[in-house]
Design a protein around this ligand. Structure first.
Ligand SMILES: CC(C)(COP(=O)(O)OP(=O)(O)OC[C@H]1O[C@@H](n2cnc3c(N)ncnc32)[C@H](O)[C@@H]1OP(=O)(O)O)[C@@H](O)C(=O)NCCC(=O)NCCS
Length: 206
């Protein structure tokens, strides 16, 4: 059997200093020591297509029918760019993905050719929520962004999740906390999404 590829170097996660994060963990856990022997935090791997990775993303938004070939092509693009840090939590007892968050590096000319981090696609399987795993995966990629030299990390979220992200150290910056979108869907350009395929508020598309 062919060996699986990792999206990025897994050793990057081992040195993250969770004491640097303002997030409070009780009991204390980290990416290297996630609190249970059957939990593992690691980069996305090629075999995760068969470990329910896309199914878990469907708890966040519409995923659509993504074939293995499409998945592997996208994986290869992300890996080659070196700017995508899709990070997952695995329940090794069932060999199943139960959480994910992505750090995307946005390369700039400003800030002395600096790099901004973007936090994307945060989700924990609904049967595993409320056990610090959301905090664990977000803090992991947030610390990774700092380690990789980002000057800041940004995210978009629903209003109800503001307390969750505040508890991890994210802040609304007065006068600078708006998200605006224009959507290219169904052959039209619009500010409002009225498509019938979209899921209700709780799983709003990113
Ligand atoms: C948001 C999400 C990742 C949180 O995962 P989780 O594993 O339940 O989170 P944790 O157990 O680490 O919770 C951390 C803290 O945030 C709070 N919190 C978690 N989910 C929350 C929610 N939906 N609304 C408000 N607070 C929430 C918890 O009460 C907890 O507070 P505490 O530290 O004071 O105890 C999970 O609910 C999820 O996958 N939701 C669906 C997808 C989604 O909305 N993703 C975010 C897109 S921006």
């Amino acid at each position: 059997m062919q060996e699986e590829l990792s999206l990025y170097d897994p050793s990057l996660l081992l040195g993250l200093d969770f004491f640097r994060s303002p997030a409070g963990f009780n009991p204390r856990i980290s990416a290297a020591v996630p609190g249970e022997t059957w939990l593992k935090v690691r980069p996305l791997q090629t075999g995760d297509y068969n470990r329910g990775f896309l199914q878990i993303l469907s708890q966040l938004t519409k995923v659509g029918d993504v074939s293995l070939t499409q998945f592997l092509n996208r994986f290869a693009q992300m890996r080659a760019s070196g700017d995508y840090y899709v990070t997952v939590i695995v329940d090794t007892r069932h060999d199943k993905i139960i959480g994910s968050a992505t750090l995307v590096l946005e390369r700039k000319f400003i800030h002395g050719c600096g790099t901004r981090g973007r936090l994307e696609d945060v989700v924990v399987d609904d049967t595993y929520r409320g056990k610090q795993l959301g905090k664990l995966i977000v803090v992991t990629v947030t610390l990774l962004a700092e380690q990789l030299g980002c000057y800041k990390m940004s995210l978009d979220c629903k209003d109800k999740l503001i307390p969750f992200y505040k508890s991890i150290g994210y802040a609304l910056e007065p006068g600078n906390a708006n998200t605006m979108n224009i959507r290219y869907e169904n052959g039209t350009i619009s500010a409002n999404r009225t498509g019938g395929n979209c899921k209700p508020d709780d799983t709003e598309p990113s």
